[in-house]
Design a protein around this ligand. Structure first.
Ligand code: GLU
Length: 340
């Protein structure tokens, strides 16, 4: 998957800012062109309506913390956010309840098992393990602080909309398709309840989780949402403080260890960025202090990560100097000091 392309790119330190805007624009266009023809992977179909996605779609956006935007391809095509919602609901709930409460309730360790595993919970005394697998996401969503199910939904939708800088809408067709077939998630909810891990009704928490997954976004939205996490919780487009800087740090930490399903370790090894993907083909990869990449392409690898999206993120991480673990002798290179 991550076989190294022959890229003539020197390693750059992770510190500093994005390269100059004209260079970012060039590299985004290049990444789009390089991977648009890649036809590996399959479109998800376990939620029936997802199978209808147009596999040719490919969109890439880089949003900088300075408000810059660079885009190529199908960046305006809407798709359901799916698992990527987990990152932002987690951030909002942490912002409300605090680091300790969520850590204690949900956990932050990788399961090494599929995102919808029941065995992971059984092997760990009923712990949902982390907020990026379905059990942890349902447990997190169950903590949403509002008085009724309608208010909880408004809270989630409004919160994710603040990250995106625009009002996000529910894709009713996706919601209904998943609500009619999500027996496994209902089982996860019930199992959480049997372990005393939920204070609210299990099926209501699963329903809210299903709705949050059906919010409609674009690659552009994902980049802006990610750039908000990169910018200490301030949306660089609207200037609104959505969550605290500490919450961004905590969220990105969880994404680094658990954001890319069972391939989170490989992803971090090759790309070096906290990221989250979803089964409809979206990826958001965040470079703290610099910005974020939003990618959309529906063909997935066996773990559920967009094939083209991963390759494009790998290319951009290397060429833009985003890998968090990269250093060069003597600190930042000269080119990194020239900013946007
Ligand atoms: N709503 C999907 C599910 O719970 C999300 C899966 C995903 O994107 O990983 O199965």
């Amino acid at each position: 998957m991550f076989e190294h392309d022959a890229l003539d790119i020197e390693q750059r330190a992770s510190t500093g800012a994005l390269p100059p805007r004209s260079r970012v624009a060039e590299l985004v266009a290049e990444a789009d062109e390089r991977y648009a023809g890649l036809d590996d992977g399959e479109v998800a179909d376990y939620i029936p309506v997802l199978a209808a996605a147009d596999a040719r779609r490919f969109g890439l956006t880089v949003a900088g913390v300075d408000g810059s935007l660079h885009e190529a391809g199908d960046v305006g095509i809407a798709f359901s956010i799916q698992s990527i919602s987990k990152a932002f609901v987690f951030a909002l709930v942490c912002d409300e309840l605090g680091h300790e409460a969520v850590h204690e309730r949900v956990g932050v360790n990788n399961t090494g098992l599929a995102f919808n595993s029941l065995i992971a919970m059984e092997l760990n005394g009923g712990s949902p393990m982390n907020p990026m697998v379905n059990a942890g996401a349902i447990a997190t969503t169950a903590l949403v602080p509002a008085a009724s199910s309608e208010e909880r939904w408004v809270w989630v939708r409004h919160g994710l909309s603040r990250f995106a800088g625009r009002e996000l809408a529910l894709d009713e067709v996706v919601y209904r398709s998943e609500a009619e077939t999500n027996h496994r998630n209902r089982a996860i909810g019930k199992l959480l309840q049997s372990y005393g891990r939920l204070d609210s009704d299990a099926l209501e928490a699963v329903d809210l989780y299903t709705r949050q997954c059906a919010l409609s976004v674009t690659a552009h939205d994902l980049a802006v949402m990610g750039a908000t996490l990169a910018d200490g919780g301030v949306n660089p487009m609207t200037g609104e403080q959505v969550v605290s800087a500490e919450v961004c740090r905590d969220t990105l930490t969880v994404l680094a260890s658990c954001g890319m399903y069972e391939r989170s370790g490989e992803w971090l090894f090759e790309i070096g960025l906290p990221a989250k993907s979803g089964v409809s083909g979206g990826i958001v990869a965040v470079s703290p202090g610099k910005g974020a990449v939003g990618a959309y392409s529906p063909r997935l690898d066996a773990a559920g990560n967009s094939v083209r999206g991963q390759r494009a993120c790998a290319h951009l991480s290397r060429s833009l100097g985003l890998n968090l673990f990269a250093s060069v002798r003597g600190g930042a290179s000269e080119s990194e000091e020239s900013h946007v």
